[in-house]
Structures are given as C-alpha cells and as structure tokens.
Design a protein around this ligand. Structure first.
Ligand code: BG6
Length: 515
C-alpha cells in the first residue's frame, strides 16, 4: 500500500536514506571491460539475469561487453547464455533470456586503442536512442589491473567521463585494489584523474552478502545485544573464512597476492568493521563508512617481532578434500615449486578503543580447508562461577553464519530433562532459508543494483582501502624481509591449517570454534 506523506512529515533526505530505502535503479548502459573473462561469465551477467528475472532490473538497461577478442553480438549473447545457464542462481527461463539478450551488445577493441573508445561513444549514443538508456553509463572494470590505467586514460580522452543533461557516469572497480598502500594510492590517483570519488564504486563482494548486511540489523535493530557488545561482556571474537578450493587456475594472480592480500585486506577486515563499528548517525553511505574506518584505524600495529607472535602464515601441502587426494600448492599449475605464498593466515588482533579494549579478535582464512564456511562468532564471558557455573566450560556464543546456510545462532546452557541438574549447551537457531522461505540474492545482484541506484554504502571508500593496506603492509614487509622472516608453516590439504594457528589461541587458553 502506498502511503501519502502528510504535511508535518519531513521531506525525505537522500543523504539519510542509504541502506534503509535504496533509491530505484536507473536506466543505463553497463560497459564491462574484460567482458570475455571469467568474472563477467560466472558472476556479472548471471547476476544481471537474476535481477531481470526477479523484475528488479529497469527495462532500459543494456550490457555492452568491451574486450579484445573478435566476436559478433550474437556470438557474445550465445556465450553468455551458456555461462548463465551454468552459473545462474535460478534456472534460466527461455522467454526471460530472450528479452534480456536483446539488450546485450559486444564492442571489440584493444584496451589501449583510441579509435575503439571513439567508436564506443557512437555506439553508446546510438543505444541511448534505441534503448532509452538516457546517457547514463556504468563502466565495470573486470579486466586485469594492469589495464585499468589505459582504460581510464582513454575513457577520459573520449569524453566518456563527462555527464550531460542530468545523466550520470560511474565506475565500478574490481579487486585487487593495489597490492600495498603505495600502489593503492597510485591507483586512486589514476582513477581520480578521470572520475571523482562519488563516481567510484570499489567492489568488495563480501559486503553484498545478505548476512554481512544483516550484521548491522542484528546489532542496531535489536535492543538486547547492544548493552553486551563490548569488552565488559565479550571474551573474544573469531572470524573464519574457510574454503575447500585450492588455487585452481588463478596462480598467476595468487602467487603475487596470497591469502593476506586476497582475503584479509578486504573481505575479512570489512566483516570485522561491521562487527566492531560504533552505531552510525544514520544509514547513509558516508555515515556508515566513517564508522567502519575508525575500526581499522584503531587496530593495534605490531613491531616486527610481534608479527611472528601474532600472525601465522601457512601453505597447503598435498592431502585430501572429502576423501579425494589433492595436490600441494607448490605442485599446482603455474606455481613456483619453492613458492613462499601464504594460502592460510591466522591473526590475533586487538582494537585499541574503549569498546574493544583487551578483547582478542582471532581471524583465520585459508584454502584447502576441510569445509567451505564463513562465520563470525562472538564468545561471551563466563557467568559467575557460583550456582550452576562451577563446572561449565562452554561460553555463550553468538554465531553469524555468512555462508553457507546463512543465519544466526545463539548457544546457551539448558538443563537436560531428568531428575538431576545436568546442564548441556543448546542452540537457538535462525536460518534464512526456513524463516523467509526464499533464497538470498547473490552479492553481485545487490551490488550491481546499488551502483545503478547511486548507493555506495556497500562499496569501499578510498580511505578505507588505504587504511586497510596501511595495516597489512608491515606484515607483508616482515614476511618478505631479508632476515628474521617469520616461518611459513605447511598444513596438509583438508586440515584446519598449521598447528601454529591453534597455538595462537591455546596460548591465551582458547581454541578455534569447530565448524
Ligand atoms: C575472492 C578471492 O575475492 O573471494 C578468492 O579472490 C576467494 O580467492 C573468494 O575464493 C571467496 O569468495 P566467496 O564469495 O566464494 O566466499
């Protein structure tokens, strides 16, 4: 039901909307640079198909694939159809695909070829006329990071960074966003030669995950957790992102990245920020990001010696996943047989502010672990050791399951039925699937719609990315130093990482949660 605003209700303030009431996605052409690559086929186009199938995509949205290979529009559409049938969240319906495919085009050009961008201008102008895309452009950088600079330069030279008559232009930049603070700053400088910060949307797909967004709702829409969410009641926090997958075909990138850069600098620090931030003044993109960045700024920095004691790096050796033998990292295709790359990292962090003083935050992330699961667990302090608690060792734990089986559970103690006072831990459990009866959208669905709507809340701001690198850099430097380099521990594929990661918690009298 539509409600009319009464005279005493304030005008909606767009700055205060953000997450709560997303503005409507607007007509536009989405130009994907690197459109023949993996990301476009596995994630972007299937995501756009799904929002179209759910009726959330405005009809006047077109996809223009920009890439080097020769291809006709029809060939490109056929490739994307095949990929979407394989990777789509919901089965592809022929009649929906047919309409959707009419808005897909292919533009062949080298990334550094000026004439290709001139032709792009004409093509987009033509599409505006035929498809009603109103001069709005969303440039998606899905090509390799070494292509970002030429693409940006040519977009600017062709005037494609300019807006006219109420239209907008935005860029979405995929990770990796630099490899350290200096390169991230340089990339930001290059982007800002052509586009403003307001036009720049840096993707961190973890922020688009339904349960990651729900962290803010859990914390700030429920009164019961807020009084407990601090050093007085929380014993420690654990964040785990485990994957059964190995490096696959991505050694070219991963050899230079490693788990710390690939996952911790972005995804895990973002989850930590949502868990630890102060309540924002409103739900606008900047209010939320202003609070998130304070968390990263408050992370305790270590000296060289402290790094070895607080960060464990590991690499998978051969082993088995679900009973099937798998290679060690050094034996994988295109991996240096002496590679020092980290495929596992565990960290013991502290946020030095009033809320989190002395609460250890343990994070671990790894490839070729026994299970694929991402979760945040809040371990509350023990109840006083009187009455029932003398022999109880389990803590109350609130678990936010990011994936799979998205949901939230709370472990409490309960009396086992019977004549004695035998107490066991039990779980109160909320599952997205059963409570709402519908599947969560994929992260890219939400994020693409947000970018089309001009809502940057779930994208990383310039200072967030740079601060995160400022935290990560000293660790990478210690690992690549000439002497006293912290050890690289090997773990069998299919195990929960090196023993040193368990020791990190055991030293504090704690243990990783069993997932
Ligand atoms: C990507 C990393 O950003 O996230 C990959 O580059 C990782 O190495 C992936 O596998 C994990 O994302 P998800 O959504 O599959 O958990």
């Amino acid at each position: 039901m539509l409600m009319n605003r009464t005279a005493d209700q304030p005008e909606p303030n767009p700055l205060r909307e953000g997450l709560a009431t997303r503005p409507v996605p607007q007509p536009c052409s989405i130009v994907i640079f690197g459109a023949t690559g993996d990301l476009a086929h596995r994630k972007l186009v299937p995501a756009l198909y799904n929002v179209a199938a759910d009726g959330e995509l405005p009809p006047a949205v077109t996809i223009v694939g920009f890439a080097r290979r020769k291809k006709s529009d029809d060939e490109f559409r056929r490739d994307l159809e095949e990929a979407t049938r394989k990777f789509s969240r919901q089965p592809v319906r022929d009649e929906i695909w047919k309409t959707f495919a009419q808005s897909i085009f292919y533009h062949q050009s080298e990334f550094g070829d000026e004439s290709g961008y001139k032709a792009l201008v004409e093509r987009l102008d033509e599409i505006d006329k035929t498809h009603g895309t109103r001069g709005n452009r969303l440039f998606y950088f899905a090509a390799g990071p070494d292509q970002f600079e030429p693409i940006l330069k040519h977009l600017k030279a062709a005037g494609l960074n300019q807006t006219c008559k109420g239209s907008w232009v935005r860029v979405i930049v995929e990770k990796p966003f630099g490899t350290d603070l200096a390169s991230a700053r340089e990339l930001n400088r290059i982007i800002h030669n052509s586009f403003t910060e307001e036009q720049t949307y840096r993707i961190d797909h973890f922020l688009g995950k339904e349960t990651a967004q729900n962290i803010l709702v859990l914390r700030f829409a429920n009164a019961i957790f807020a009084p407990l969410w601090n050093t007085h009641y929380i014993d420690h926090v654990q964040i785990t992102a485990a994957e059964t997958l190995g490096v696959g075909t991505r050694a070219g990138y991963y050899e230079r990245a490693g788990a710390l850069r690939d996952m911790v600098q972005n995804h895990l620090l973002q989850l930590l920020c949502l868990t630890a931030m102060e309540p924002p003044t409103d739900l606008s993109a900047d209010s939320i990001r202003d609070e998130k960045i304070k968390v990263v700024r408050s992370l305790r920095r270590w000296s060289r010696n402290e790094i070895a004691a607080n960060v464990v790096r590991g690499q998978y050796a051969k082993g088995a996943i679900h009973g099937d033998p798998v290679l060690g990292y050094r034996q994988e295709e295109n991996v240096n047989p002496d590679s020092q790359t980290d495929t596992f990292v565990a960290l013991r962090l502290f946020i030095d502010n009033w809320r989190w003083a002395d609460v250890p935050i343990y994070m671990r992330v790894g490839k070729r672990l026994p299970k694929s699961a991402t979760e945040i667990s809040i371990h509350f302090k023990k109840a006083p050791a009187v009455l029932f608690n003398k022999d109880l060792h389990d803590l109350n734990v609130l678990v936010i399951r990011i994936q799979p089986d998205e949901g939230i559970s709370l472990r409490i103690h309960a009396k086992v039925p019977g004549t004695s006072f035998h107490i066991e831990p039990v779980k109160m459990d909320f599952h997205y699937g059963t409570s709402f009866g519908k599947a969560s959208p994929e992260a890219y669905e939400r994020l693409l719609l947000d970018a089309m709507s001009g809502d940057a809340t779930l994208f990383a701001r310039r200072d967030e990315v740079e601060q995160a690198w400022a935290f990560i850099d000293p660790i990478e430097q210690a690992w690549h130093a000439k002497k006293d380099v912290p050890e690289l521990f090997f773990y069998p594929a299919g195990s929960w990482g090196p023993e040193a990661a368990d020791d990190l918690l055991a030293r504090d009298g704690r243990a990783w949660r069993r997932l």
